[in-house]
Design a protein around this ligand. Structure first.
Ligand code: TPP
Ligand code: MG
Length: 304
């Protein structure tokens, strides 16, 4: 894979939000929201294959998930536009959840998307997963505003914060936000969580984040451990059940890795497709060059 963005610590936030959605609602994911996509029926092997350069979601699942956005915040105006389209088409039962990070809120697309959604009553929940980091930039340097949620007010929409390490709280909060969105009032949700791992597998957080900083406190609030403890206290799970779940998850993951590794490498010249209906002459030439270059060289070399 060219690199992988982990989401350890953000599982509850993502799965809680995904479970608040109806199957027919649209999800606008990013490279980070893989737990959300898996909860929305995207096979784990597809998530891994995407990182190997394969087009997304070839498998037969028809849950309305947009392709994941890698350019920061570009999905926000897309979600506003899809929400407006739902209004034009009088699809009153539908809504969209647009996922993005704290860093995305400093992009122009954030402001344009929320502004359109506010003016045109788009049925969209803007789900900002504030994991406290945008690569090496901490949340405190991202905005001088006290919260991200309060920025919703500037666009005439309700904004609210939720404990992103509590799956039940997130589910509850996003459910009511979706209800409001379906009635024509979009909502900005700020899910408070923490990126426990590196930004991606090519990042080294020890270069900008002290191990002793706020990490230990957030680790004690790890959503998986906390929820497991809660379920145990409620006496709704047994040790045996938990062991089975972990064993099944391991097996599922092994299978996904096997599938992802078994696929032949993609044609590197594919990067030229899917932008233009008809490739302009200059790009067609470059595509041919890329093909013959790849034929003469080890494809792996091109990864660098
Ligand atoms: C338009 C654009 N600018 C810069 C980048 C490089 N980049 C990749 S991830 C990232 C930080 C995003 O942080 P955040 O929105 O908080 O999302 P997170 O990675 O924490 O999920 C940046 C700047 C990009 N992908 N797209
Ligand atoms: Mg972030």
């Amino acid at each position: 894979m060219s690199g992988y963005p982990p989401y350890k610590g953000q599982e509850a936030s993502q799965v809680g939000a995904a479970y608040a959605m109806e199957e027919s609602d649209w999800l606008f994911p990013t490279y980070r929201s893989n737990a959300m996509q898996i909860a929305r029926d995207v096979p784990m092997s597809d998530v891994l294959l995407f990182r190997r350069g394969f087009p997304e979601y070839d498998s037969e699942h028809d849950v309305p998930n947009f392709p994941q956005a890698v350019p920061i915040a570009t999905q926000i105006p897309h979600a506003a536009g899809v929400g407006m389209a739902m209004n034009y088409r009088e699809e009153e039962d539908k809504a969209a959840v647009c996922y993005f990070g704290d860093g995305a809120t400093s992009e122009g697309d954030f402001h344009e998307g929320l502004n359109f959604a506010g003016v045109f009553d788009a049925p969209v929940v803007f789900f900002c997963e504030n994991n406290n980091w945008a690569i090496s930039l901490p949340r405190g340097r991202q905005t001088a505003a006290d919260s991200i949620a309060q920025r919703g007010e500037a666009y005439g929409m309700m904004g609210g914060q939720v404990d992103g390490n509590d799956p039940l709280a997130v589910r509850e909060f996003v459910s009511s936000a979706l209800e409001s969105a379906r009635e024509g009032s979009p909502v900005l949700v700020e899910s408070l969580t923490y990126r426990q791992g590196a930004h991606t597998t090519s990042d080294d957080p020890s270069r900008y984040r002290e191990e002793e900083s706020d990490l230990p406190a957030w680790r004690t609030r790890d959503p998986l451990e906390r929820y497991e403890e809660y379920l145990r206290e409620q006496d709704v799970v047994t040790d045996e059940w938990i062991d089975t779940i972990y064993a099944e998850a391991d097996e599922e993951l092994d299978d996904a890795i096997d599938r992802a590794e078994a696929a032949d490498p993609e044609d590197v010249a594919d990067v030229f497709d899917h932008v233009y209906d008809e490739l302009p002459a200059g790009l067609a030439e470059q595509k041919e060059f890329m093909r013959s270059f790849a034929g003469e060289h080890d494809v792996q070399e091109l990864d660098h």
